[in-house]
Ligand binder design. Structure first.
Ligand code: A3P
Length: 292
């Protein structure tokens, strides 16, 4: 072996052992924080934004372990987690967790110190957003917003002895009764285990909500106002600069921000009256000023 070959061999061995060491410190761990909901409140945007933090490693798909795949066991859950280094926190998001009554106790049994992230949006726009998503999934009248508005209204009411009342067991409506779902979680976790992010403000002032989240997760607050970009192509929604590659801007896909049907004002008023006491009780329970 001549001198040059020897040097090449030594370099390969050094680089190889460094890479091996790095690989060894990246491990799959159970999550330190879980984004539990609420569905259609900006959960994907929040996860996308916090994933740009160098000290975060987040699972991209929704795992659904505690609601759907619990029978597969905790090792399966761990295997679904992303690789993370010792100085990263691991996050997963499954918005169904907030509303499924089995989940809180199961999460508690895994780790009673886990951090719980909740993002909430005005339950009326949340309900319309969920309804629109269902229509798209069923490929039903997706471009006919007037027909959608009629269908929403038909599905919203039930007739009881000649009186029309809101069908509160319709999942689209029930999912937005936040106080009911959080009360169940509070049977297992103290209020300090939760952070409540304002989903409407995440669109308007994303840096404010990210500041709150980074603080809650004990992360250095490096995601700031200058990291957000608003473009017309993305319907006025904020996109985020990717820190590791500052030329790249990450936006959500076009399935977010679908057009909402214009619901009749009297129906909107009924929804407002319906949700008002639940919203009031919710914000009193979490001891915060109303978000909307
Ligand atoms: P609409 O599609 O009804 O507008 P989720 O990710 O939990 O399913 O929430 C979807 C909602 O996220 C969208 O509802 C949209 O309003 C909201 N959202 C918040 N921030 C966003 C962003 N930066 N880009 C796209 N959508 C965002």
């Amino acid at each position: 072996m001549n001198g040059t070959n020897f040097l090449v061999l030594v370099s390969i061995m050094v680089i190889g052992s460094q890479a091996w060491n790095e690989l060894k410190i990246l491990r799959k761990r159970l999550p330190d924080a879980i984004l539990i909901g609420a569905k259609k409140s900006g959960t994907r945007a929040l996860l996308t934004f916090i994933s740009t933090h160098p000290n975060v490693s987040a699972a991209n798909p929704e795992i659904h372990f505690f609601d759907k795949y619990y029978h597969l066991g905790i090792d399966w859950y761990r295997s679904q987690m992303p690789f993370a280094s010792e100085n990263q926190i691991v996050i997963e998001k499954t918005p169904k967790y907030l509303v499924d009554p089995k989940v809180a106790q199961r999460v508690y049994n895994m780790n009673k110190n886990v951090k719980l992230i909740v993002i909430l949006r005005n339950p009326i726009s949340r309900a319309i957003s969920e309804f629109v998503q269902t229509q798209w999934k069923q490929k039903r009248n997706i471009f006919d917003v007037e027909e959608q508005a009629k269908r929403f209204t038909r599905m919203l009411y039930q007739n009881q002895r000649g009186n029309s009342t809101i069908r509160k067991n319709w999942s689209v409506i029930r999912n937005g009764i936040y106080v009911k779902h959080i009360k169940n979680w509070l049977k297992y976790f103290p209020l300090e285990s939760f952070v409540f992010i304002n989903g409407d403000n995440l669109v308007k002032n994303p840096h404010e909500e990210m500041k709150k989240l980074q603080q809650f997760l004990n992360l250095e607050p490096i995601i700031s106002e200058s990291d957000f970009v608003i473009t017309k192509q993305k319907k006025g929604f904020p996109c985020i600069r990717v820190r590791a590659d500052s030329d790249r801007i990450k936006c959500l896909n076009d399935q977010k921000g679908r057009p909402h049907p214009k619901i009749n004002p009297s129906v909107m008023q009924d929804l407002d009256i319906f949700y008002k006491p639940f919203n009031k009780e919710f914000f009193e329970l979490i001891n915060q000023k109303p978000f909307w």
